[in-house]
Design a protein around this ligand. Sequence first.
Ligand code: MG
Length: 379
Amino acid sequence: MTKTISVLGSTGSIGRQSLEVIAACGIQVAALTTNRNVELLEQQCRTFRPKLAVAFDPEAAGRLRISLKDTDIRVAEGMEGLLEAASLPEADTVLTAVVGMVGLRPTLAAIREGKRIALANKETLVCAGELVMAEADRFGAEIVPVDSEHSALFQCLQGNRDRGEVKRLILTASGGPFFGWTEERLRTVRRSDALKHPNWSMGAKITVDSATLMNKGLEFIEAMRLYKMPPEKISIVVHRESIIHSMVEYCDNAVLAQLGAPDMRLPIQYALTWPSRVPGPATPLDLLSCPSLTFAQPDLKTFRCLDLAMGAARTGETACAVLNGANEAAVGLFLEEKIGFCDIAQRVERALDRVHPRPAHDLETILEADREARRVAAE
Ligand code: MG
């Protein structure tokens, strides 16, 4: 179980909830980081007393230095700062909750120090899954997922010694706010519509990804990497109520499911306490007042992003990095209200067509594919 932790991205949605869990479980904090929300980071630093505080944005780091002047907390900035936070010797666990590709290098740095990675940055595994998992094996670093679906799979796989016994992983999907909509209706979606999610409260990027179903596509790739399963052994089922967080079907047709109220504090906590379980702040599940559980097929024709992601998963090599880079760029343009909702899939498809896949064994090739995909998607 985690004794001391560094939280990368502590001012975001997952970061804030992780600090609730950390406080409840009596875990010490070595480092906290933000992109530029230094007002909240200062409060968090005064409560949790880390050794190091990092603002990625240099101007924000300057303000943080002034506001923490009366403390003995050191302030650092930029990628250097994130890498230092990821490798502090005090921390046995690093929770990676930064959004996007920026999380990749710090995650690799923590892996090379042999730390447990509580992984909440799915882009890392999507873009560089083979490299990250190979490094984790080499340095004996445990990668424990924070994403609710992958945590559910992780819990249902406890005690499984032979992956050959697993028939398939079943990822559940809420279906997002536009479940059942036609493509014509999707064209009318604006920024504010896409930022409402029925069951989960999350950051802007992941909320848009949930609306396009790209989030489920990224999770499909993440599951493939984490559990070393081929794409044909992973299926997706729409489960609107988000009570079952995912399932594992075994070769004897037994299906194990993990259930719980939709509350991220539970998967966050299990990533920190595994293999133990301890009482925590997550909401208990009241079966008698929970809605009826329903299941449906995802609509791959209307929600093109999910289909594109599953295609990239089958292609392999740098295709997943291209998918992710193009999607990050396209979602950025959508959030700036420069392109429409349906253009996101179209931009991702264009990047997948134009940037040809290459073997993804080294970081430079992956970063190059990412840059190229962003360029094509932004054109
Ligand atoms: Mg998820």
